[in-house]
Design a binder for this molecule. Structure first.
Ligand SMILES: Nc1nc2c(ncn2[C@@H]2O[C@H](COP(=O)(O)OP(=O)(O)OP(=O)(O)O)[C@@H](O)[C@H]2O)c(=O)[nH]1
Ligand SMILES: [Mg+2]
Ligand SMILES: [Zn+2]
Length: 319
């Protein structure tokens, strides 16, 4: 058996990089679960695995079979967008994430940043929020940026403006990623691959042509892939995210992972306070005092109500 790192996952095949740099296309046999849940992808980019080399098949060159997944230090997981009872791992064993957003096109989905943070917060994965396409921001757009920046900086997430088009903010991003393994994520079309091409021009990643840009649909990057930029710097480009739902979570999981809510909740009257209608709720007090963002609170309520609706229908369904 040989040890390797998953650097690309295309569905049924995984590219595994061995110690010496050799890349072996591998398959996985059998079903794997995580905490009793089914997974659409049992291994993800960033996973360390043990493989057995196969010989004598009709595949060109050598292939392998993934036999074992090493323990993960963390992973980023969500409900599968296509199969709601399955989970999908975006990446494993990362040091941090760059969440790329923009206040122009494509429109920032309501609650998107908070939903993303709900995936990274359980493992305290640091997140930097990068507002790209700064070259086309109007004063009004800049005001939106300032508004969001204040909210997220105040709870410990750094925010930046960048422009892949005008090559701005790139040096700062280069410093952030140096020596680390970073997941690059965000909605489709925000400029993830464009930014990566600026960070490391040799990558020559495919990006969306302006001519074919319709403002919606169409993912340009279709598989997650890890790139070695040298000096212990690794980045993972990933396909755009359309929706983030969390039916695998309980209401209390959400409450615990809105970190400023959790910090305040020690002062709530009830230990299992969901910060809705309970009396003497410290979170609601802080919102009233302007110390907790109403925007975050609204998104929190939306997420927990989705989870409760889902649980309700599951309990009352015949199937
Ligand atoms: N004005 C402007 N346009 C940009 C900038 N960065 C990227 N774009 C454009 O935005 C479009 C999408 O860029 P991509 O880099 O393909 O976006 P992506 O986030 O990788 O998209 P997916 O791979 O589908 O998830 C392209 O037409 C880019 O030219 C920027 O800083 N400013
Ligand atoms: Mg892309
Ligand atoms: Zn409360």
């Amino acid at each position: 058996m040989k040890e390797g790192l998953i650097i690309r996952s295309t569905g049924s095949w995984y590219d595994v990089r061995l110690e010496g740099g050799e890349i072996i296309p591998c398959r996985m046999i059998g079903k794997f679960r995580l905490a009793g849940k089914k997974l659409t992808n049992p291994v993800a980019v960033g996973d360390r695995v043990l493989i057995e080399l196969e010989t004598g098949n009709d595949q060109e060159g050598e292939t392998g079979i993934i036999k074992e997944i090493q323990d993960r230090k963390n992973y980023v997981i969500r409900q599968s967008p296509r199969k709601k009872h399955f989970l999908h791992i975006l990446a494993a064993n990362i040091d941090q994430a760059l969440l790329i957003v923009t206040v122009v096109e494509p429109k920032l989905k309501q609650g998107f940043i908070d939903r993303f943070l709900l995936m990274t917060e359980p493992y305290d994965i640091p997140v930097h929020v990068v507002f790209n396409k700064g070259d086309v921001y109007t004063d009004e757009d800049l005001a939106v940026y300032q508004f969001l920046k204040e909210i997220y900086q105040s709870i410990g997430y750094h925010c930046y403006i960048s422009s892949a088009l005008e090559n701005k903010g790139i040096q700062q991003l280069n410093k952030i990623i140096a020596g680390k393994t970073t997941l690059i994520s965000g909605q489709s079309g925000v400029g993830k691959s464009s930014l990566l091409n600026r960070l490391h021009p040799d990558l020559e990643l495919k990006t969306k042509d302006i001519s074919q840009y319709t403002g919606k649909g169409q993912h340009t990057t279709t598989f997650a892939e890890m790139f070695d930029l040298g000096d212990d710097t690794f980045i993972i480009d990933s396909p755009g995210i359309k929706t983030l739902s969390f039916n695998h979570l309980e209401v209390q999981d959400v409450a615990h992972n809105f970190k400023e809510f959790f910090a305040a909740s020690a002062q709530c009257k009830f230990q299992d306070c969901t910060h809705r209608n309970e009396p003497k709720c410290a979170v609601k007090d802080k919102i009233e005092e302007g110390l907790i963002s109403e925007l975050r609170y609204g998104n929190y309520l939306q997420i927990i109500s989705e989870i409760e609706d889902q649980n309700y229908w599951e309990r009352h369904s015949e199937y």
